[in-house]
Design a protein around this ligand. Structure first.
Ligand SMILES: Cc1ncc(COP(=O)(O)O)c(C=O)c1O
Length: 392
């Protein structure tokens, strides 16, 4: 249990130890605080682990989504709408609108919590340019089907993989590496923690180079000479301050790169602990399968947390259960956003309402989630199981 919490069951804990703290101390001693060698090293190691070619580290998962949208709008000159699931985090959606794309909201599948495939197919229209598949809570989308749909309709496939580092899809690939672009988050509660941090994985080196310029002021300085988006003049004085894209400053600190490398090394053992908790959760809650729905895996989930949707005689009893969880000091949250379309922010957004959000609405009323962690949660999971089982 974290030293910061008196909770019986918290959402997440700090997975750092002296290795991360020493790495930060070494950077302080070196004086190289700003993005440099350690960030580049982490990017390379990240690619190696995920068996992919191009990764660009940024300061958050939200920034990763923003730069993916910038690449679609600026490099590919795309305009139109993007398929998004009705259940996801706010900054899955905002960058799409900020770069002029309408959000084409599609219901999720109540079992997997990811895009409903049939409704996705139905929502595609002549102005659809991309599918933003969000792998929710560690679980992959059905990429066997989504890849076919994207190809058939000439759509760019993007993954918001901020909640699903380390998950494997039914295509036998790591999630986040399947689409043309994938985003990752290393925020505190996530699988790898640099506390703030994110990554973009791209299939194409040209896209990665374009995104590297967007990450830092729009300048060419961070791309190597062998690139297809800008021909360096050869004059270092001019090349150091040449701007080729309307970029930002979304660079990570060097600390984050160093910590990322350590967290990645620890990942196989952290993964085992998450999976062991998940196996226990699945075993216990499968005994309640006429009263709760738990997330059905596509491929192998990396189990960000455990979603619980109340069904049967437990339908509409969420308030009663949440009260009991409070009394027992168990932390919980909505399943990401619930149905995101119910948020007041919608008045600022440009979107297509496909009207049919039965599963997102059901989850909005009857769903919640509890955390997973790298500590043994068996007692904590049992506590939640008993609270729910004892509801009459
Ligand atoms: C699906 C999804 N996308 C994007 C983000 C944003 O990541 P960050 O908090 O690193 O900005 C999150 C954050 O949890 C998320 O869950």
């Amino acid at each position: 249990m974290s030293k910061f919490s008196k909770k019986n069951y918290q959402l997440a804990s700090d997975t750092w130890d002296k290795l991360e703290r020493n790495a930060i101390y070494k950077i302080v001693k070196s004086g190289q605080y700003t993005m440099g060698e350690k960030v580049r090293k982490f990017e390379k190691e990240f690619c190696k682990y995920l068996d992919t070619k191009n990764a660009v580290m940024v300061n958050s998962g939200s920034s990763a989504n923003l730069l993916i949208m910038a690449a679609l709008a600026l490099k590919y000159r795309l305009k139109g709408n993007i398929i998004v699931p009705a259940v996801s985090w706010s900054t899955t959606y905002f960058p799409c609108n900020q770069y002029g794309f309408s959000l084409n909201f599609v219901d999720i599948d109540k079992n997997t919590l990811n895009l409903d495939i049939k409704k996705t197919q139905k929502a595609i229209n002549s102005k659809t340019v991309a599918i933003m598949a969000v792998n929710l809570l560690g679980n992959s989308n059905d990429f066997r089907k989504l890849k076919t749909i994207a190809k058939k309709n000439n759509l760019i496939l993007i993954e918001d993989n901020c909640e699903s580092f380390g998950a494997i899809s039914n295509t036998n690939q790591f999630t986040g590496t399947i689409g043309s672009f994938g985003s990752f988050s290393f925020f505190f509660s996530h699988h790898l923690q640099t506390m703030e941090g994110g990554m973009i994985v791209c299939k194409s080196k040209d896209d990665a180079d374009f995104i590297k310029t967007l990450r830092a002021h729009g300048w060419v300085r961070d791309i190597d000479k062998k690139n297809k988006i800008y021909k360096h003049s050869g004059n270092n004085f001019n090349d150091s301050f040449t701007f080729i894209t309307p970029g930002y400053n979304l660079r990570p600190l060097e600390f984050s790169g160093a910590v990322g490398s350590i967290q990645l090394k620890k990942w196989p053992s952290m993964r085992k602990k998450r999976i062991s908790n998940a196996n226990y959760f699945k075993k216990l809650f499968s005994q309640l399968n006429d009263r709760v729905l738990i997330q059905k895996e596509i491929g192998k989930s990396s189990w960000f947390g455990f979603s619980i949707i109340l069904i049967g005689d437990l339908e509409n009893k969420r308030e009663e259960i949440l009260k009991k969880l409070d009394q027992n000091k168990v932390m919980y949250r909505p399943i990401v956003s619930g149905n995101f379309m119910k948020n007041p922010v919608m008045k600022y957004l440009k979107y297509i309402d496909n009207k049919n959000y039965e599963s997102a609405n059901y989850l909005n009323k009857n769903g919640f989630f509890i955390g997973n962690d790298i500590i043994n949660l068996k007692k904590n999971i049992k506590l939640v199981y008993e609270i729910i089982s004892n509801i009459k």
